[in-house]
Write a protein that binds this ligand. Structure first.
Ligand code: BTN
Length: 242
């Protein structure tokens, strides 16, 4: 295990990809104080203000087939939610698949990328961005009504090192649990944090947009959405709006 800390990086993701390619062991972490071109899912920009948040990429090497990679986003969401709850004493909600919200506002985004052969994962690069000690002014105006920080929500400055340590501990435990026994033992905790199940949602996949009710998460971590005509769809990867 190795922690690579840099003051400024364009993004921790490509740095971690490169290390993984070169054989860096599971548990290797790239972390920085500021990202100048942080990125989110769907090629979106991810604002990463200096010293305010946790901007890191963690290399995992689980022995799973590539189609199981998306489940690690769910696993990481539970690990981070639990760490936030312990350190900041506030309970985030998980919005399927990769967002943590407090009071409906985004506190954390997770970007899971993989390096894989056809039948097995070589490395998962888990990009984790957490808004920790931002004041309102630290957020660009156009995201002030959708984003928040732990400090804004709790009124307290949060110790980032402590939070990172708890995240890494839980991430290791839950991903081992997943590799050994699948999503099922983690499902209950995921459901307890979830704000998605039971809601009417808008689902946007690469191919289509549809509306329905999120009725369940399966033992494999697949979202079940019931359409107005009663048909149920399995959703593996999408953006949703509640
Ligand atoms: C999302 O919600 O779309 C995912 C956001 C992921 C942001 C993190 S910050 C650390 C890592 N480096 C990046 O450029 N992105 C991820």
């Amino acid at each position: 295990e190795q922690i690579i800390f840099k003051e400024t990086l364009p993004s921790t993701q490509p740095e971690a990809h490169q290390l993984a390619q070169q054989g860096a062991p599971a548990g290797t972490i790239v972390i920085c104080e500021e990202q100048t071109s942080g990125r989110g899912r769907m090629q979106r920009e991810w604002k990463s203000q200096k010293g305010k948040g946790i901007w890191m990429s963690v290399i995992l090497r689980p022995n799973v087939p590539p189609y199981e990679a998306p489940q690690f986003t769910l696993v990481a969401a539970v690990a981070i939610a639990k760490a936030i709850e312990e350190v900041a004493d506030i309970r985030p909600e998980i919005k399927w698949p990769n967002d943590l919200l407090i009071d409906g506002l985004k506190i954390t985004g997770i970007l899971t990328e993989l390096q894989a052969d056809p039948d097995r994962v070589n490395a998962l690069i888990m990009g984790i961005g957490i808004n920790v000690n931002h004041e309102t002014d630290d957020f660009p105006e156009d995201i002030r009504d959708i984003a928040t920080s732990l400090k804004l929500q709790t009124g307290k400055e949060i110790d980032r090192a402590k939070l990172i340590a708890r995240i890494l501990l839980h991430l290791e435990n839950y991903s081992n649990m997943y590799v050994e026994s699948g999503f099922q033992p983690i499902k209950k905790e995921w459901e307890n944090y979830s704000c998605t199940i039971g809601q009417q949602i808008k689902v946007s996949t690469i191919n289509e947009v549809f509306y329905g009710k999120a009725v369940a998460i399966t033992n494999d971590g697949v979202l079940k959405v019931q359409l107005p005509d009663g048909e149920t769809r399995s959703v593996y990867s999408a953006d949703i709006e509640i």
